[in-house]
Write a protein that binds this ligand. Sequence first.
Ligand code: PHE
Length: 531
Amino acid sequence: MTTVQSPAPEGRETWTSNRGFILAAIGSAVGLGNIWRFPGVAYEGGGGAFLIPYLIALVTAGIPILFLDYAVGHRFRAAAPLAFRRLWRKAEALGWFQTAILFVISTYYAVIIAWSLSYFYFSFGTKWGDDAQTFFLSDYLNVGDPGISTELVGGVAWPLIAVWVLIIVVLALGVAKGVEKLNVIGLPLLVIGFSALVIKALTLPGASDGLDALFTPNWGALTDLNVWIAAYSQIFFSMSIAFGIMISYASFQRRKANMTSSGLVVGFANSSFEILAGIGVFSTLGFMAHQQSIAEGTQVAVGDLEGITGPTLSFITFPQVISEMPGSTLFGALFFGSLSIAGFTSLISLVLGVSVAFQEKFGLSKTVAAVSVGVVSAFVSFALFATTTGLIALDTVDQFANNVGIVVSAIAMCVIVVWLSRTVETLRAHLNAVSTFKVGKWWIPVIGLYAPIFLGIMLIQKVYDLITEGYEGYPTWYVGVFGWGTVAFLVVFAGILTAIKWGGRDDPSFTPWPPVDAGNAPVRMTKEMTK
Ligand code: PHE
């Protein structure tokens, strides 16, 4: 054991314990992506066979890039822009690019939580009636053609106000008293509520057909590049990596904190929740096929059902099935309650990332940053996504921010760390100095070569498809404005915020700790390090 002198406590807020950090990180990871995205993606990507690309993506990109996020945040103790700047001066723009992605995602993610809250309320008495599709698209959202409408949808606007008020209050309370508390309360509730739902789903007639449909492997899918791409995108979104979120979460860890072991726990917990959601969702779909078979007098296979992913799954297919089941109110309340909580604990991480970035650059107080970032985001959220054209805008912006923005961010991060700033050894030594699970040399080629090359192929394929095929048959001008416009926004935002001066608040005296020549030796905990 080596003992290295820790620098004076810096007065940065911290999680109250490692457990608090792990819960918050799991809370960020487990979100809508787990519940409504994973089951459908897994099904379409070959069912049981999808687990292979999925696990490979987890091990070759998920965990290694999660470690990279942790290393940058924990060593440089700041949200993405300042953390990258401290790593390598020229990398600040990457931090703002990530912050821009967070901002964009938060504005529509909040709207989905607002829908979930409404539907939680509608569950009491299954207010969507017999035709859940018409109810969602017409009665509730009042969806129009792709275009720009300024007409607010009241049923969305009210719960959306509640969402943003809660987010601002939690952020203003701070990391320990706000964000951590929210997760300490929310996560157990989510696990209990969602497990109850899965148990109930498993007892429905037809559940086992649903599970067969999900888990029966279609090995042929493994030769399809798109299946691999889907596995990697799922891992990124689901684990909240390369967004800068895990950088800011790690920056609130104490200086001596077992980072890599926590990362393994977070990654494992997130994937377990995805599998659990797969089981719950597909048991329910099995029941749906069973009901339809009875109604139509012929065998309906789960594979013939439509609308098994994304908003359609949650807000059309599920309500439809729920109406037909015994105990529908309880089931509906558990489902939409889980969706709302899972969403909240993820949304808070998105907005925290943005708020801390601004707090640091402009020297704002925690409360001022929380309120101003919260109010601006809420405003955008209303203007773009709470209107009658909100659903279509949301779908388009999501496609571009996630499939293009985040992949660019991940590639840039790997290339900057390994090839441009050549700080990868330092980061590895940092992780190993503080953690019990040691990161071997394998990490370097994985994040330096494998990940950027694979992600590069993925990006080219995606951009090519979007250029040649457009998106969802929406008009070209529309995809231009909302889709490519989103990408342009990310770049411009990053450029402007990087260009603005730090105004002396960029404490050049910051010294990373521990000194890396402490090598791989574990660091002995001294009292002041825990501050
Ligand atoms: N990981 C979250 C999910 O699965 C989504 C998310 C992405 C949250 C990025 C924060 C940041 O839904």
